[in-house]
Ligand binder design. Structure first.
Ligand SMILES: [Zn+2]
Length: 485
């Protein structure tokens, strides 16, 4: 498949570059501005960070962790049997790997069941289409529904239409997504999925189908959450794979009236219990606070959640474990949090932040998250107070031999960190290369074979370095001011 070939080519190029860049060792910290007068880190701390980086590059256990999660558990949609099994898996795994204070934190999660999705063109040239329900979609009636198709090029174009144009029809939002290294391509397109049903139902549509928010040219539709509005009727919503969206587009281009038939058995069950899973590598000073490393344990139900977010789970576990293996003993505790239900509404992240009292919140000195696939990391963004930027520069210098550039200070850290960042917790946003990620994200193709163990090790190296250096200094990072969040 062309997409996989180009991924391999890219990966090989990086693997060739990284060892060459490892010499000479990390540059010393740059001169710091008056805002933070002392050198960012001691030579010993920088040397330890470089050793940690090189240790990770020599091979980590991260691939084994994600292989175990995807092989022994597989899909783990919030509230499902797989989700429950994943919580048990995580408790066992963290204990086995030497984490302490391993525990769960109960979280209530919505429970939605996909059921079956049938979408077919019935006129002018009947053909079945490969489609899947969007997360949270209602089902159709038992017999399904059939209606004329109204194609729109974007969510914005849909919102400008009159009710008389849309009423009684099935809206097809035919908005493609651009392949980008960061998430900007996805961010620009995803509104069609999240807001499409509300916009269509507001104007009286009977259903909505969207072109998958995906860069894949394979016949795999991309699911994901959609919003709902209590004041707007809920209508069935499905995503077509890109080749099937192309097919519908071609039939519409004939100028003939196109009709679609939909039958979805998706349904919502009562909310149920899941859990965040937490484990720690204790620091030498219990009063020095914690550095949080987060990933989400849940996944969509179509694939095995290898890239989203089994890889992230493996990255944060292994980054923290390596700090302990190398007996680096930072002052601060490294806390791994495997969040419940990121995909279906950030239940775990919200519950985690809501349960923090003032003192517990103050102990959260820094947070970082892995939730954009299996690497490599290519850019180091942050969301920290201006005064601590010299320290971020010093961390960036240790990351640089991994092929990582210093990015901006506009990071929110990632979806699961947003509630913490909104409370003022500084974040480090390591950007993973997303060029191939959206070929498989939220599809049946999100499986282990897409992960290259060496690339995953580079990502672990970056997380380990950043977490370790955030955990060593006496001074903390302060709080992010409202204007900076
Ligand atoms: Zn994710």
């Amino acid at each position: 498949m062309p997409n996989r070939l180009s991924a391999c080519t890219l990966n090989l190029a990086i693997l060739v570059l990284v060892p060459a860049l490892l010499l000479p060792p990390a540059a010393p910290a740059q001169p710091v501005p008056a805002a933070e007068a002392a050198p960012a880190f001691t030579d010993a701390q920088l040397t330890a960070a470089a050793r940690l980086r090189d240790r990770a590059l020599s091979g980590t256990g991260a691939y084994d962790i994600v292989a175990s999660l995807t092989t022994e558990i597989g899909p783990r949609l919030a509230g499902s049997e797989g989700d429950r099994a994943a919580v048990a898996w995580a408790l066992t795994r963290l204990n086995d790997l030497g984490f302490v204070n391993v525990r769960t934190q109960n979280v209530m999660v919505p429970r939605w069941v996909r059921g079956s999705t049938y979408v077919a063109i019935t006129n002018p040239w009947p053909q079945p289409l490969v489609a899947t329900a969007l997360g949270g979609s209602v089902g159709t009636s038992e017999e399904g529904l059939e209606a004329d198709v109204l194609q729109v090029p974007s969510l914005e174009a849909l919102k400008k239409l009159n009710r008389s144009t849309v009423e009684g029809r099935i809206v097809f939002i035919n908005q493609g997504m651009k392949r980008t290294r960061d998430i900007s391509g996805y961010a620009a397109a995803v509104g069609a999925r999240t807001e499409g049903a509300i916009a269509a139902a507001t104007l009286g549509a009977v259903a909505v189908v969207v072109r998958s928010i995906s860069t894949s040219s394979n016949r795999v539709p991309h699911t994901g959450t959609m919003s709902s509005d209590p004041n707007v009727p809920r209508i069935p919503a499905a995503a077509l794979s890109n080749p099937d969206a192309d097919m519908l587009e071609r039939q519409l281009a004939s100028g003939q009236q196109v009709t679609l038939r939909l039958r979805l058995t998706a349904r919502e069950l009562p909310p149920t219990r899941s859990a965040n899973v937490i484990g720690e590598i204790p620091g030498t000073d219990p009063d020095a606070g914690i550095v949080l490393l987060g990933a989400h344990l849940d996944s969509w139900d179509l694939g095995t959640g290898a890239l989203d977010d089994g890889a992230g789970v493996a990255i944060v576990i292994e980054a923290a474990r390596l700090v302990r293996e190398m007996k680096l003993s930072p002052k601060r505790t490294l806390r791994v949090v495997l969040f419940a239900n990121e995909e279906f509404g950030l239940s775990g992240a919200r519950a985690y932040a809501a349960k923090l009292d003032k003192d517990e919140l103050a102990r959260h000195v820094m947070a970082m998250e892995a939730d954009l696939g299996a690497g490599p990391v290519w850019r180091f963004d942050t969301g920290v107070p201006q005064a601590t930027l010299p320290r971020m520069k010093a961390i960036a210098d240790v990351l640089q031999p991994l092929g990582i550039e210093r990015g901006n200070n506009d990071s929110h850290g990632g979806a699961d960190l947003r509630p913490l960042h909104a409370l003022g917790v500084p974040v480090m946003g390591l950007q993973l290369d997303a060029s191939q990620y959206f070929d498989v994200h939220h599809t049946a193709n999100d499986t282990l074979d897409k992960i290259d163990p060496k690339i995953l090790d580079q990502t672990v190296a970056a997380y380990a370095v950043a977490a370790y250096l955030a955990a060593v200094k006496d001074e903390d990072f302060g709080r992010v001011e409202t204007a900076e969040r």
